[in-house]
Design a protein around this ligand. Sequence first.
Ligand code: DGT
Ligand code: CA
Ligand code: CA
Ligand code: ZN
Length: 573
Amino acid sequence: MARANEAVEAILAEYADLIAISGGDPHKSRAYEKAARAIGGHSADLSTLDLKGILGIPNVGKSIAPKIQEFLETGTMRAVEDLRARIPAGVRQLISISTLGPKRALLLYRDHGIASVEELADAIAEGRLKGVKGFGDKTEENVLRGIRLLQESGDRVQLGLATDLAEELLAQLSAVKGCTRCAYAGSLRRMVETIGDIDVLVASNSPETVMEAFANLPSVGRVIARGVTKTSVRTTKGLRVDLRVVSPGVWGAALQYFTGSKAHNIRIRELAVRKGLKLSEYGLFDAETDELIVAETEEEVYERLGMQWIPPVLREDRGEVEAALGGRLPDLLADGDIRGDLHTHTDLTDGLAPLEAMVAAARARGYEYYAITDHAPNLYMQEMTDEKMLAQREKVRKLAVGSPMLLLHGSELNIDPDGGVDWDAPFLDEFDVLVASVHSHFNQSKDEMTRRIVRACENPHVNIIGHPTARMIGRRAGIEFDLEEVFRAAARTGTALEVNSFPDRLDLRDEHIMWARRHGVKFAVDTDAHSTVHLPFMRFGVGTAGRGWLTKDDVINAWPLERLRSFLEKGRP
Ligand code: DGT
Ligand code: CA
Ligand code: CA
Ligand code: ZN
């Protein structure tokens, strides 16, 4: 089952937005925002806690806790319902334009009657907002960019959310009598960064029973279409799920077909045709006699087509078909190859769990090494100081004594607008590993941004560029820089580029990874965990790395310690 935490996080975050957009107390809005984050990252499932337990969560105070209880008991929060009723849906949607912000949304609604995203786009296009306070050319441009991003993301959801939901559905479906196999296919199996709908495949000799049970699952909200082999539903959370039931004998062909991608399938089918065969979700057939050749496993289907079995993450028609025909598929990075996490936080800065808890959770994952990389001083709101950093190092060194998992003490530096970082060389020298990231000045020109990141790579202390494009999926487009130039600099200087596993980042993204790899870049697949519950996000980073064709040789945290250590030296004496 999905934890109650995510639902509570979402409703508290919405409440914070609603308070802000209705002109309420900004402190109150921020308090709810903080509580939402704390709950999302809290290790215990909220539904197992009593009021006292809930009050024990950091940033959850006396007025917030009862509202959470109310939500857990009734599925709703009166205070939120009240505000929802007072603010038109279109206005509420305005806040989801990342570049607008609640304050300006309120102003647009109150003073200009703009009550939807469409109306706002029109008003900008017609120049009606010219001269409005706080709405200069630059702002307009940013808001338009935000609107585009919102429209592009449409109804698609993040990989992380869709995976949670799909696994819950599979657990329930596999318990249904008559279900002999079940799996998810489609973009989710390929680990695409956002998912349009979840495609679930079940093998069964009694499709009726399975369809009926599916339509009645607790997380299913509404049945959209019900047929003999396919049922489409919308879940209570609004995500669409297609269920297809096939007979066990054609499992492999169906799984292959519904995994896609469409482009990959088209290539494979053409290949079949050239061999005098016919491929469909029912199997691989002889084109002339219509005789079934194979259908039971995916492996057989690919083999009979004269190629290696292709891992789902590669099935995008980006050269995988040719490689599989030539027996040249890469031996992709796998979850089990990861030996440690090199970018993580604790509650010393904006993390939600103490050092000891993070380390214990990392050890439980069986890591050989683990880096703690809290934020550096130039990210002012984190209030980091030299003293705090050094005190943390002491704690880390003590904790490491006798531990089978090696602890590395590091930091996540801020790349300033000129490409410099927080500390000077003597202080930087004492860290075991350093991540450096862009956290501000996202709107520099492309040239400036390129110089900034190249300079960070050239810094002999910087080992990893964190979330290189700083994008937030569906909320913030990435920063722009000359990719080629940065990739060359990273390869030349021995600076790894991060594959950030956080489901709303996945940064670098698949295509950029492929491209960087061709320049000889090395990568660090990290979680950027701010809580123990974020450590398992590693799988999304590994999936993204796979989509970028990475092998364990490309990934520094899949290397044995000695090889990693020498990479971290970066040629320094
Ligand atoms: P999504 O849902 O937009 O994230 O992306 P997919 O890839 O899951 O697409 P979806 O759900 O429309 O279809 C699932 C798979 O079914 C798709 O990846 C390949 C297969 N498929 C669907 N329609 C076609 C088609 O017209 N031709 C072929 N060859 N395959 C198709
Ligand atoms: Ca799909
Ligand atoms: Ca579908
Ligand atoms: Zn971080």
